[in-house]
Design a protein around this ligand. Structure first.
Ligand SMILES: Cc1ncc(C[n+]2csc(CCOP(=O)(O)OP(=O)(O)O)c2C)c(N)n1
Length: 598
């Protein structure tokens, strides 16, 4: 049997392939982006980056209804978008195996909230599996697909950020092909109108009971006994691995399935111990369910309800619970690299927009994407980040409330092209008839930059790749009936400044589409710019645009520090030269022509 090192995400893709999966759909979001990227390597599987998570889920649902094993993957907040079809799909008796792989982010390393997907499993009456290692990630996807077919249920595979990205040895198997019958008409099964949907409530209830029976017997929920211990620790996911490192003087019940829970098994086991402690990340779900069943357990008394349960956090909790650990405390060298705030890339097209908005006296309602960095110093322009597409509804609400306010600033919102197609379309349709004075800037960088550069429907504009869509956001908005729509190239700073300020002065809705491709994705490299230290007055205006190549520098023979541009990092966007009040920043193209400073 071949063994390879894989990340949790890669292992999920492999498991789906081995299980004979045929359709995988996703919307990008950390920590699960690499699942679909990895699926793409398997030519037997149709893979699809959908426009949002709801569509990804629906594509997978369709495949499952036609009998083809299917997988949808998304980050935890993506399930909020997909929840509408999911909460009704779960009522139907699943046909082809269906797994929904969700990446939670305890500790919020790259998310706007910390919600716990296990809550959804209970809400939707579906089984939820929690792997602890990449090997289990692969195995649980296969098992999930079988459980799905045997019980007529979607199955959620819940991953967390560190499992998605950590690597481990995974044993590979061959692919098992499955027969696909195609869609068979079955009204009571798929038409969830009241008479059928009513009946399906009973079906779901019985399904959970059946799954509960499975959980009680399943080797997924396994006791790792320890001779002479008086404590039972109940845990799942990565905290299980951390516990194994800590070697606690306790028996450990590892739960591979956390919904439904093997309540009777835990009840019986708990009788053999002085105390039972639940170690779970985020919501005390297992703890509360066991308490509700009358089992005396503790959990959040010792462990935090927020953040990752790392080895150190678990050790601290165990000490509080008076459980000894035999593994010595690890000594971690403090990192020698300084902490840095994230910043926009060199040549990022969002930069000039933030520079203009910073100078204007406006209230900017923000959205989610790379442009969320406009919240941070030195721009501090955006005032809100809530969820994808929320800026469009929120700005309407702010505008309405401002009617009752005494003194208000002009209202501007920023939204990226990826977010526009994910959930901005209906927001714009809703805004189209507004009489409020609102300016929206669509930052069309032709990609979903934040999650690694997946294409959006406007990507073809730049790549000229006929296989991609070539949609024009301006034409879509005009079709919505929005009249005041203009496109600009924001690298022409003075024009951008004028267009934005005029738009804010006009009544009603104005939309400006700032069209410049992402510098990272499309690698636009012009001749670099340089600072002429004899002209530079050291005012630091160029530093304020916060571009990675620019810093203050001491030049030989010049007393004061002047700005400096690292030629290896500069991509020649020219924004710094346009903000320089004394024209000290010049293009290296000039040097070649013999111009510039000697
Ligand atoms: C519901 C949901 N799905 C996915 C994400 C992950 N995510 C954050 S921003 C973003 C898209 C950003 O693309 P775009 O609007 O084009 O802005 P850019 O990063 O290119 O500037 C995604 C997919 C999320 N935060 N929420």
């Amino acid at each position: 049997m071949q063994k390879v090192v894989m990340s949790g995400n890669q292992a999920v893709a492999r498991g789906f392939w081995e299980a004979g999966g045929v359709v995988a759909a996703s919307y990008p979001g950390s920590p699960t982006v690499e699942i679909l990227e990895s699926v793409k390597a398997y030519k037997e599987i149709y893979s699809h980056w959908a426009m949002n998570e709801k569509i990804a889920l629906e594509i997978a649902m369709g495949s499952s209804m036609a009998g083809g094993r299917a997988m949808a993957s998304m980050k935890h907040v993506g399930l909020n978008i997909a929840a509408d079809p999911f909460m009704t799909f779960t009522q139907t008796k699943t046909n082809g195996g269906f797994v929904l792989v969700v990446g939670d982010d305890p500790g919020l390393s790259s998310s706007q909230n910390e919600q716990d997907t296990r809550v959804y499993a209970r809400f939707a009456n579906v089984a939820l599996l929690e792997p602890s290692t990449p090997q289990e990630a692969k195995d649980f996807v296969k098992l999930g697909l079988s459980l799905s077919e045997e019980n007529g249920t979607p199955v959620i595979i819940r991953l967390t950020s560190n499992l998605c990205h950590s690597r481990g040895v995974v044993a590979l198997s061959e692919r098992e092909e499955k027969d696909i019958p195609g869609f068979v008409k079955d009204q009571p099964r798929y038409n969830m109108l009241p008479p059928h949907a009513n009946r399906q409530q009973i079906f779901m209830h019985e399904r959970v009971l059946k799954l509960q029976g499975y959980a009680e017997e399943s080797p997924l929920n396994v006791l790792v006994p320890r001779e002479g211990s008086d404590t039972l620790l109940v845990t799942s996911s990565l905290p299980y691995c951390y516990l194994m490192e800590l070697k606690p003087e306790a028996s450990v019940l590892k739960l591979g399935m956390t919904f439904p829970l093997p309540v009777q098994k835990i009840r019986q086991l708990s009788h053999n111990y002085r105390q039972t402690i639940v170690i779970e990340e985020l919501v005390p779900l297992v703890e509360q369910e066991l308490k509700a069943a009358g089992i005396a357990v503790k959990g959040k008394d010792y462990f935090p309800f927020t953040g990752e349960l790392t080895t150190d956090v678990i050790r601290a909790g165990l000490i509080q619970a008076e459980v000894e650990c035999s593994a010595p405390q690890a000594t971690v060298e403090p990192s020698s690299s300084p902490r840095r705030t994230p910043m926009l890339c060199a040549g990022c097209p969002h930069r000039p927009i933030f520079d203009v908005l910073r100078e204007a006296d406006v209230t900017v309602i923000g959205d989610i994407g790379c442009y969320s960095l406009g919240i941070l110093e030195p721009f501090e322009v955006l005032n809100t980040v809530i969820s994808m597409g929320a800026s469009l509804g929120m700005i309407q609400g702010v505008a309405k409330a401002h009617r009752y306010a005494d003194k208000v600033r002009p209202l501007v919102a920023t939204i990226g092209d990826g977010t526009f197609f994910h959930s901005g379309l209906s927001g714009f349709a809703d805004l189209a008839r507004t009489e409020e004075n609102i300016t929206i800037i669509v930052l069309d960088n032709r990609t979903t930059a934040m999650t690694g550069g997946q294409s959006t429907p406007t990507t073809r504009d730049y790549l000229k790749d006929e296989s991609l869509y070539g949609m024009s956001i301006a034409e879509i908005l005009v079709a919505f009936g929005i009249r005041d729509v203009q496109e600009i190239d924001q690298f022409h700073l003075s024009k951008t400044r004028r267009v934005i300020s005029e738009a804010m002065e006009r009544d009603g809705l104005s939309v400006i589409i700032a069209k410049r491709p992402c510098a990272l994705n499309f690698k636009v490299v012009n001749p670099h710019f340089f600072v002429d230290p004899e002209v530079c007055i050291g005012c630091r205006r160029c530093i304020q645009v916060n571009c990675p190549p620019i810093s203050m520098h001491t030049y030989p023979g010049i007393d004061d520090s002047k700005s400096f541009i690292d030629p290896k990092m500069c991509v020649g966007c020219s924004v710094c030269s346009q903000v320089c009040p004394v024209k000290a920043i010049k293009s290296s193209a000039l040097l070649k022509k013999g111009g510039g400073s000697k």
